[in-house]
Design a protein around this ligand. Structure first.
Ligand code: ZN
Length: 429
């Protein structure tokens, strides 16, 4: 393994590069292959369970449709030359295109062709999940150059009863309660909107698997968007009551600061934890809105799960969104690594926050005689002392360490470390 691949950023990049060409959709072999790839990247001793929900199954107000698979798809021009081909880019074919083999004049082909006049070199991403149709996507510049004449079209796809598949990775904790981490697995060759979520989630699993004493159980869900999360919710009545915190992951590269979207209620504990971490990293916190990714399903009134969402620049707010320009070059390793670090810091809060009581509350305890007051001066030493003084000042049996960190404007980890020193010295209980 190269040095680059041994770093989290290098691992995430090489995983995404391998997953990029796979033709994913909400059902079909592309999802299975992607789940295989996630499973292959899991640390030893950690496994994935898969659930297949058959076509025709009712999930709340939705029905699992036929499974879609495609072997080949192309358009040949009047001169016999190939105009577009699925094998060149998965975005060339409208996802869920029905099978077709036909010859037709350009005027009749034209309604089946999609492009972006304002971005003439990019291929748009189009789907037709719930309306049976077929189509191709291509750069507008190429579409404009098509000559009149008869075109030959092949979509060698199948739409047949099958199943929708999702995968779960569960890392059990010592205590009660679960954390749901969800990332959609249904987009084809799009990197920021899909593959970054999968790659960062997989790295987070590696990190969590290496923690010695996890209190919470972590449940990672890799499911197709909307219908996949609904299918999971329909099969998880036993799990739903255990979920204490959750976060949807996607769009974790692609520039811009971190953006945390609150839960529907906006006052969940995960909101406080994420706001602390994202805020200290110069990111942005936004209120809930009923549009976006699978947080819409988890937060629906009937489930009311405390699931927020972490992205960088959100969907629809960058021109590359849902186009061929959302490629491997669009995301940077340091963006992915910062997103991962922020999630690790959120986990540190979820695992490490406590309400403690100052056991020496009558004035300031003498830290020096307990070896807690650094004998060397300097900025870092005073930060350590300040974290202890803030902790002692507010551990009244009511304020949590996270609340103290926010009040002190210090990282949670600094207050947690101070609390550990004070616990060891018998000054907190
Ligand atoms: Zn999307």
């Amino acid at each position: 393994m190269s040095a680059a691949a041994a770093s989290p950023g290098g691992r995430m990049r090489s995983w995404m590069a391998e997953a990029y060409p796979i033709c994913r959709s909400i059902t079909g072999d592309g999802v299975r292959r992607t789940l295989d790839m996630i499973e292959a990247a899991l640390p030893s001793g950690v496994s994935m369970t898969r659930t297949g929900v058959p076509s025709g199954t009712q999930v709340f107000d939705w029905t699992i449709g036929d499974e879609w698979n495609v072997r080949a798809a192309w358009v040949d021009g009047p001169d016999g030359r190939r105009v577009v081909e699925l094998a060149d880019h998965t975005l060339h074919l409208v996802s869920y295109s029905a099978p077709v083999r036909t010859r037709l004049p350009l005027e009749e082909l034209r309604p089946h062709l999609h492009s972006m006049p304002d971005r003439p070199d990019w291929i748009p991403y189009r789907t037709s999940y719930y309306h049976r149709n077929w189509g191709f996507c291509l750069p507008h510049r190429q579409l404009e150059s098509l000559e009149p004449g008869v075109y030959e079209v092949l979509v060698d796809s199948t739409l047949e009863p099958g199943e929708l598949v999702y995968g779960e990775v569960v890392l059990p904790g010592a205590g009660a309660g679960e954390v749901l981490v969800s990332s959609h697995v249904c987009h084809p060759s799009l990197v920021n909107d899909n593959l970054t979520g999968l790659a960062v989630a997989t790295e987070l699993i590696r990190h969590l698997a290496g923690l010695e004493d996890r209190e919470l159980t972590y449940r990672f869900l890799f499911a197709p968007g909307t219908i996949g999360s609904l299918a999971w919710l329909s099969r998880s009545a036993h799990v739903i009551p255990q979920i204490r915190h959750g976060v949807v992951l996607t769009g974790l590269g692609g520039g811009g600061p971190l953006v945390y979207k609150q839960t529907r209620r906006g006052d969940a504990y995960v909101d406080r934890a994420a706001e602390h971490v994202v805020g200290r990293r110069g990111g942005e916190v936004r209120g809930y809105s009923p549009y976006g990714y699978d947080e819409r399903q988890f937060n629906a009134v009937g489930f009311d799960l405390p699931v927020g969402r972490l992205t960088r620049t959100p969907h629809g707010e960058y021109p590359e969104y849902h186009t061929s320009a959302d490629d491997l070059a669009f995301v940077a390793d340091d963006e992915l690594e910062e997103s991962l670090t922020a999630l690790v810091e959120i986990v540190e809060v979820l695992e490490g926050d406590r309400v403690l009581t100052n056991l020496s509350p009558y004035g300031e305890p003498q830290l020096g005689k307990r070896g807690l007051y650094p004998t060397m001066g300097g900025k870092s030493a005073s930060d350590v002392v300040m974290a202890m003084l803030w902790t002692l000042a507010y551990t009244d049996g009511k304020a949590s360490l996270l609340e103290i960190a926010d009040r002190a404007d210090l990282p949670f980890a600094a207050i947690r470390a101070a609390a550990d020193d004070l616990l060891d010295a018998g000054l907190l209980g």
